[in-house]
Design a protein around this ligand. Sequence first.
Ligand code: HEC
Ligand code: HEC
Length: 331
Amino acid sequence: MKHVSLVSLVALLVGTSTLLALDLATLNQRSNKGFEPVVIKDWKAPDESTIPNNLFGDTVRYGKALVSETYKYIGPEVADPKMRYAGNNFACATCHQEAGTKKWSAPFMATMGNFPQYRNRDENIGSIEERVNGCMERSMNGRALPENGKEMRAIVTYMHWLAQGIPVGAKVSGAEFPQVDRKMVMSRAADPIAGEKVYKEHCASCHGENGEGVKREGKANGYEFPALWGKDSYNTGAGMYRVLRSADWIVANMPLGADNHNRVLTDAQAYDVAAYINNYDKPRPVKKDREKDFPDAKVKVPDSDVGPYDTNHTRHQHKFGPYKGIIIPAK
Ligand code: HEC
Ligand code: HEC
């Protein structure tokens, strides 16, 4: 279908950074790097036993540890107050599962070669360090890591190591976001009440009746099952707070053990449960100044619940859909 192929072309050009915006033709044009990306179908994580025993290897290993156990090194409960950069007890791997190597779970193998890139959120060409700090300030509800500090250097070095052999600008199968049925999201709103039923049946056993999750014993030890809302979760500026973004990730990754080819939820269930966990009655930290994100409303993500918008649809419709008239496919 023509529609689908154009949408995936956009996804291809902008990596995982953007979903569908209001004016896809404009977004497409701004994201264009002017060369055809190499397509890689079979990616396997590199063998860790090949990490060398030198400063580079130590830095890769520290980067991997920071991604897998963020809470232990830069979380809100670490002993040294200066090192408390993250505001919640998550790890990067809480969402970028398996230390950023699980396909269809926002993995990092294609990340290094896809930055710098056009960022519609800032209307600028963004660096990899700025992108990491985007997740630090939003998904991790914390503050930015110093760009030349040991921790940022280690995270980026780990991403570099993961990307070995992948050409600049390449599109790697499994690095892009899966998508719940776009016809469905165009035609109906996500339903938090139906989502509550899904939650009770498929999620509450790990994440808790009140989304509080299960923390491990001791300080700076993170979660066995992370919180989905409440004060120790991602904030309202995070991608996971957006219903479409969240549904796309959930459908291919939750309940724990699911993957893109072994799904448990239907697209409809993922869409509804994403609306349930991100509904307004679920408290979470608030990201300030979100109306300054996406300075050009023409290329703003469709599912932001903060204006200004380029259409006359309500804030409620932007948050929950239906997205007909909000997502306009390029011709
Ligand atoms: C609550 C979930 C969550 C957590 C925790 C999280 N991220 Fe993300 N991250 C996302 C999502 C979702 C995206 C993708 C798309 C978007 O919304 O832009 C993303 C995208 C990224 C990207 C861009 C990847 C690419 O190839 O374009 C980088 C880099 C990144 N995250 C790094 C990190 C790092 C480093 C941490 C830990 C310090 C982290 N993230 C923690 C959810 C999360
Ligand atoms: C068997 C336990 C289990 C079940 C059931 C489960 N999860 Fe998770 N969930 C996890 C774990 C563990 C993580 C962290 C990722 C990892 O360690 O791989 C996670 C991470 C998440 C995240 C990203 C991090 C965060 O806290 O925001 C979301 C969102 C999420 N789960 C939603 C759901 C939804 C929705 C369901 C029900 C459809 C669900 N989960 C069912 C265990 C579970």
